[in-house]
Design a protein around this ligand. Structure first.
Ligand code: 6PG
Length: 259
């Protein structure tokens, strides 16, 4: 498995490096297949990356060929302050200069929330993901798992407890092998989250973790070096089958654990 680790002195440098990488990777995907799909993460480092893209405008990318989906979502309406979609909109989409030119905008697919029935919302989003991403392999590169769409780029954070997306320790979604997107009850929040599952993340062409801060160091260590207990450390489930895996870390999160 292709695996690259990039360590920068602080979170701002991590966001800058990840932004440069993202722009290059989007261009590479568009050059190869004419389009690029990205699953977005919540969290503080991705948020800075979204702001940097908006600030730099990134005019070198043909955004009309880019599709944005949500990698995970909180079980709240789209306008709620905890909504990941709201964060993405405020940090990135609302600030794009090209917002007055809809044809140059990425296509964005937020989760249509149904807070009373997160399962129904997740199922509906899974259908939408299959529709939106389903034909992206039509140029026919040689991949397995034809019924699992290959997202071009999945952005991920990592929690202190080694959760990623909304795959939290000891939760049902970790066992999922059929569904691509599920509602996941998280006991420590007494709340549902909605999340991509490991099989679709592992079918992606590029997966990037963005992780900053000393509190993440033990999680980084155990995810990269074991012992392997994915029920306890869900980010260990992320092993792209054919895709490339990237870790963007600041020195506080990496310390001596990145060898
Ligand atoms: C979310 C995320 C989640 C996040 C981690 C790390 O919805 O919050 O998708 O998985 O990435 O909790 O968050 P920070 O980068 O803010 O520490």
């Amino acid at each position: 498995m292709y695996h690259q680790t990039i360590v920068k002195p602080n979170s701002e440098e991590v966001a800058i490096a990840a932004t440069e990488w993202l722009i290059e990777t989007i261009k590479e995907c568009i050059a190869a297949r004419g389009q690029c799909s990205i699953a977005l993460s919540g969290g503080s480092t991705p948020k800075r990356l979204y702001q940097l893209i908006a600030e730099n405008e990134s005019r070198s990318v043909d955004w009309s060929q880019v599709t944005l989906v949500l990698g995970d979502e909180r079980n709240v309406p789209q306008e709620h302050v905890d909504s990941n979609y709201r964060m993405v909109r405020e940090a990135w989409l609302d600030r794009l200069d090209i917002k007055n030119h809809p044809k140059s905008m990425p296509r964005v697919y937020p989760v249509t929330m149904d807070t009373k029935s997160p399962e129904r919302a997740a199922l509906q989003y899974e259908r939408q993901l299959r529709q939106v991403l389903g034909n992206q392999d039509s140029t026919g590169d040689d991949r397995d798992d034809r019924d699992i769409p290959s997202i071009d780029i999945v952005l991920l954070g990592l929690g202190d407890d080694a959760h990623t997306a909304s795959l939290f320790p000891e939760t049902e979604a970790l066992k999922e092998t059929n569904h691509l997107f599920v509602a996941n009850f998280v006991p420590k929040f007494s709340a549902y989250r909605l999340t991509l599952t490991a099989p679709i993340i592992n079918a992606a062409r590029n997966v990037a973790f963005l992780v900053c801060g000393a509190s993440k160091r033990p999680a980084v260590d155990v995810v990269l070096h074991g012992p392997r207990h994915p029920d306890e450390y869900p980010a260990q489930l992320i092993e792209p089958k054919l895709g490339r895996l990237w870790w963007f870390l600041d020195t506080a999160a990496a310390a001596e654990v990145v060898k």
